[in-house]
Design a protein around this ligand. Structure first.
Ligand SMILES: NC(=O)C1=CN([C@@H]2O[C@H](COP(=O)(O)OP(=O)(O)OC[C@H]3O[C@@H](n4cnc5c(N)ncnc54)[C@H](OP(=O)(O)O)[C@@H]3O)[C@@H](O)[C@H]2O)C=CC1
Ligand SMILES: O=C(O)CCC(=O)C(=O)O
Length: 447
């Protein structure tokens, strides 16, 4: 078996040698899915996984725009259309200076499995740009989004590829991109999700990734007869996912004591309650400031510059910032300090060494492709509402989201339960995600 995995990875490496994040994501899937393929004759001789690691289409394009000083700026835009076996390509757009083909391919690859897990008919894709939104004026953001969409619009469509937000892309950016798409195509369609509630968006979509992450952790804790009540929770990030994970964990009786951004983390031993979270949202979503501003209003809290929050004692950890933000040593520290549950809100935030530590300690660990799938699932619900030309209430969407997270948890349990009765959520998520896509690919032949 190890030889098969090694041979497969050597082939993937030879084609994608300079893409470490992509190789990391593929390695994790290969280790869990190849043994499953070996034991299931229907997949033999079909090279399904080899087909799945090759994007169906990879688009890269120039984005030229004019900044407030009148200077011409050039960025690179991308869309990776990874797999459309079970539905139109679906996945977010990331605007961050670190964006490159490796990062977007890892995200698009994971998206294929995640979207399959949601139970909804969505293929996988991802895109974005190396554009840095930090410090840009609102007009500069608008001009960039318009320029980006003036090319992307040629490659997407409500039945072809439906992008959404990710790091650096929220409601504001989706609005500007939607406006340009509509103008260029002269057509009002559900081509993007994460739209405003009055122009085709779904209620609960802004909350969905963070809420879904907490619902997933709630399901994991329930397998041990446990809950969020009275738990100390460490959250990283302070963007969309972190904010709503904090809100839901608090509503369920947990006490969230940290949030972070790329400059460091804040620690508030008294807990980040609803009022304090509203202040974080004001700092981050309105003033677009830094997390250290929190301690100006709440001086009992402290700001730790240049560090991540994983040394803080907790019962539950929710990494909600970015990939590879939690390493092996930090995982060891979390376990040593009593953490019993880690549910990834971000995509691939734990390094392979960190995952190894969590698995060695046999604590509850959920990979992002399962635990953060609530965001894209609610995007799927937004697409359904757009097709029906209807809007569901908050309660209706939240109920559907809860049920989807429960179903994803059940799929992980179905495919990931080990002989000793514990659940390997990585194996469960990868195999459950794989089976649906692979079966569709088999049915559709070699295309
Ligand atoms: N939005 C969604 O619906 C979904 C998002 N995700 C994933 O969740 C994660 C967070 O996304 P989201 O909340 O939407 O993004 P936001 O842009 O709203 O927030 C990102 C947060 O992560 C921090 N961050 C980003 N890059 C780094 C870095 N290199 N080092 C430290 N901190 C960093 C940011 O800090 P700073 O401002 O300093 O950069 C910010 O606090 C990502 O991994 C994303 O792929 C997954 C599923 C759906
Ligand atoms: O809602 C979507 O389509 C995208 C969400 C996303 O990018 C993700 O799940 O990582």
């Amino acid at each position: 078996m190890e030889l098969k995995i090694k041979e497969f990875m050597e082939l993937v490496k030879s084609r994608n040698n300079h893409e470490p994040e992509f190789l990391q994501a593929v390695q994790e899937v290969a280790e869990t899915v190849i043994p499953y393929i070996v034991n299931h004759d229907i997949y033999h001789g079909k090279n399904i996984l080899l087909r799945m690691v090759e994007p169906e289409r990879q688009i890269s394009f120039r984005v030229s725009w004019v900044d407030d000083k009148g200077e011409i700026q050039v960025n690179r835009g991308y869309r990776i259309q990874m797999n459309s076996a079970i539905g139109p390509y679906k996945g977010g757009l990331r605007f961050h200076p670190s964006v490159n083909a490796s990062i977007l391919k890892f995200l698009a690859f994971e998206q294929v499995f995640k979207n399959s897990l949601t139970t909804l008919p969505m293929g996988g894709g991802k895109g974005g740009s190396d554009f840095d939104p930090k410090g840009k004026s609102d007009n500069e953001i608008m001009r960039f989004c318009h320029a980006f969409m003036s090319e992307l619009c040629k490659h997407i469509g409500h039945n072809t590829d439906v992008p959404a937000g990710d790091i650096g892309v929220g409601g504001r950016e989706i609005g500007y991109m939607f406006g340009m798409y509509k103008k260029l195509k002269n057509s009002f369609t559900g081509v993007l999700t994460g739209k405003g509630a009055t122009w085709g968006g779904s209620l609960i979509r802004p909350e969905a990734t963070g809420y879904g992450d907490v619902y997933f952790a709630q399901n994991m804790l329930a397998t041990k007869g446990d809950s969020f009540e009275g738990k100390t929770v460490v959250v990283s990030g302070s963007g969309n996912v972190a904010q709503y994970a904090t809100e839901k964990a608090t509503q369920l009786g947990g006490k969230v004591v940290t949030l972070s951004d790329s400059s460091g983390y804040i620690y508030d031993a008294e807990g980040i309650n609803a009022e304090k979270l509203a202040h974080v949202m004001e700092i981050k979503n309105v003033r677009r400031g830094r997390i250290n501003e929190y301690v100006e209003k709440y001086p009992n809290a402290k700001f730790v510059a240049g560090e991540r929050p994983w040394s803080v004692n907790c019962d539950v950890a929710l990494p909600c910032a970015t990939q590879n933000e939690l390493n092996g040593d930090e995982a060891k520290l979390l376990v040593k300090n009593g953490c019993i549950c880690v549910a990834e809100g971000a995509n691939m935030p734990s390094t392979p060494e960190a995952i190894h530590e969590f698995q060695k300690a046999n604590i509850l660990f959920a990979p992002g492709k399962a635990s953060n799938a609530g965001g894209v699932a609610t995007s799927g619900l937004e697409m359904s509402q757009n097709s029906l030309r209807l809007s569901w209430t908050r309660e209706e969407v939240d109920e559907k989201l809860k049920q989807i997270m429960k179903d994803i948890h059940a799929s992980c349990v179905q495919y990931g339960t080990k002989e000793d009765g514990s659940v390997d959520y990585i194996t469960g998520a990868n195999i459950a995600g794989f089976v649906k896509v692979a079966d569709a690919m088999l049915a559709q032949g070699v295309v």
